[in-house]
Design a protein. Sequence first.
Length: 338
Amino acid sequence: PFFLKEELWKIQEKLECYFGSLVGSNVYITPQGSQGLPPHYDDVEVFILQLEGEKHWRLYKPTVHLAREYNVESEDRIGNPTHEFILKPGDLLYFPRGTIHQADTPLGISHSTHVTISTYQNNSWGDFLLDAIPGLVFDTAKEDVALRTSIPRQLLMQVDIADSTKKLSSLLRRLADRLENTRELRSSDMKKDFIMNRLPPCLGCDSDPLTPGGKLPKIDSKIRLQFRDHAIITVEPDQENSVSIMKPPSCLGWEGGVGWGARGMRETHMMGTEDDTASEEGASQQTHGLRFPLSYLDALKQIWSSSTVNVKELNLISDEEKENLALSLWTECLIEVI
């Protein structure tokens, strides 16, 4: 619904900045004396904003703490409500992932309209580990011969895995030791999925497309990062000795480099189908964004971590490199000269 209502777009975009996670929304209109869904729990954090009419809510103790999947629960399993109340227009309700809930529109109320805003789907430490470990193994195996050693003959056919688990435990400890001294984790799919599918900044539906404006950055210029929450620096495992900058697509004309492809458009935000996913995967392979030598990483971090920075003070060897970096970012509307 946010692509029909600018106010909701603003709310979701700000929440995505705050949480660092995709935020979705749905509108529910329920006639009097009816209930839209049976008792269930969700795999997301939920915010309910009542818009019209009234809604009778009942919340129950979770049967699965911090659930990872949506599931319907039977009435005889959930027991008595821990909370029961009526939401009226303007009321806001929050309940954590896994909270069992059900809601109905009371008799005598013509209908109820509320917005459900949800976030933090597949955003746990477990998800992060699944995402980060492959890159860590990839990097460590280049330097640690133990990870390149062949597994024993017929290991995959063995029933008794005691020896294998001991070896894996030893290798995981080596990875943990390396992780403590790792300066950069390789770019993860979680990070890329968020930045490429999140909402662009809400500049207003009638705003002109973003184009580079103001003074051109020179070696003696002072620059400032724009839209800090909408662009990330990544070091990717399949791109040796390079660093990339990614930012989400935009329906406002803020397109082109820096990985702003056809994904994450306001009209299709969190509304993909399987066919869409397949086509997007093909498109994402062609969308690489701005790419710089790995030696530019410290200079990029300077820009991202400072309120303002002088171009001549960027952590690069030559003035030409400093000016070229600033110009590349300015061309993509990522910095402004002040």
